[in-house]
Design a protein around this ligand. Structure first.
Ligand code: BTN
Length: 342
């Protein structure tokens, strides 16, 4: 709800009409004139235009058509803390505070900073993430409205099993919760989520403290809900989006956020007492590369073999010359038939 502003903020814009408020008037995909938007918000057309330009600069696809006005190129369900909290209470009975930001650099970075200053278990999501972090120092590109960016800060006491396998366990928990929504999910070691062999989402686990506990971890997940050109162009690998698998259901961003947050929290609780072991068979059920010729890319070498699933710690089992090797890190790729060593 937009209230008529009666004072001006530093940028010279009415304080009552912030970018998110304007967005609320644009998200249903219907055209509204600058006059109508200004009237609804109690500001001038010029103020509306200025805010539209600010949103466009952040990558929002706002169309402007002469005589019709402005609209978002496609309808988007905006993230809403109250709606997510209600959904979360229905699927996760314990307390998991979840904050929604309009814009930030990286939800993982923010929660890591909070973890270092002693913050308790919590979750954070954002509408716009400008400097998303991926594995191996990569960027995570998250265009407005078509992805989920969620981080969960979790605290572990002393861990008998250590943290090895946590990111794979989280991938299993998320895969199972998406499967419950009807999605066909595959996993690529260690923790990529895929649909039909293309990347749907990724998980980044960052640690504060000792790996054997007590420690805090920040578990970040990025999930493509609707693939757009900007994701395809920057990911450097084939990408997929959840709507390819579950259609319109992928637009229910608040509900999906709650379910994924609950899945991560439940996974952390089970992992705390049992380690990766109970997730091992469950991970294997989604294993895209089971029995396939693969190459494991490491910083200074490439190791070829046949993927044979994971062990009880979440390590990759790689068959080479009839022997099983245990590998704890690397980036896995399928070997193509034309590869002479395949
Ligand atoms: C990967 O490289 O596959 C992992 C990508 C993880 C991206 C998510 S988006 C939410 C959270 N915040 C970040 O900065 N990164 C993670």
């Amino acid at each position: 709800m937009v209230t008529a502003p009666n004072f001006r903020d530093k940028a010279g814009l009415p304080a009552g009409l912030r970018t998110r408020d304007l967005l609320e008037l644009l998200v249903d995909g219907r055209f509204r004139s600058g006059d109508a938007l200004g009237e609804a918000a109690g500001v001038s057309r010029a103020a509306v235009w200025k805010l539209v330009e600010q949103l466009r600069a952040k990558g929002l696809p706002i169309e402007a058509v002469k005589g019709r006005g402005y609209r978002l190129a496609r309808p988007v369900e905006l993230l809403d803390a109250t709606a997510i909290a209600a959904e979360l209470a229905a699927v996760y009975p314990e307390a998991l505070p979840l904050e929604v930001l309009f814009e930030c650099d990286s939800t993982n970075r923010i929660l890591l900073e909070r973890a270092r200053t002693g913050a308790a278990v919590q979750a954070l999501t954002t509408e716009i993430q400008s400097a998303g972090r991926g594995r191996w120092g990569r960027n995570w590109v998250a265009p407005f409205g078509s992805t989920l960016c969620l981080s969960v800060l979790w605290r572990f006491p002393v861990l008998a099993h250590g943290l090895a396998g946590l990111s794979l366990a989280v991938a299993v928990g998320v895969a199972e919760s998406l499967e419950a929504e009807g999605a066909a999910i595959q996993l690529k070691w260690p923790n990529d989520l895929l649909f039909e062999g293309r990347k749907l989402g990724g998980i980044l686990v960052e640690i504060v403290g000792e790996v054997e506990g007590p420690c805090a971890v920040v578990i970040g997940i990025g999930l493509n809900l609707e693939a757009g050109e900007s994701i395809a162009a920057q990911a450097g690998q084939p990408v997929a989006a959840l709507n390819e698998s579950i259609g319109e259901r992928a637009r229910a961003r608040n509900n999906l956020t709650a379910r994924i947050a609950a899945a991560i929290a439940n996974t952390c609780k089970q992992f705390e007492t049992e380690g990766f072991s109970p997730f091992s068979q469950r991970w294997q059920r989604y294993d895209l590369f089971a029995g396939a010729p693969v190459v494991l890319i490491l910083p200074n070498e490439e190791v070829r073999g046949i993927a044979r699933g994971v062990d009880e710690r979440g390590a990759l089992l790689l068959e080479r010359n009839g022997e099983l090797e245990v590998r704890f890190s690397g980036d896995l790729q399928l070997r193509l038939r034309r590869d002479p060593a395949a």
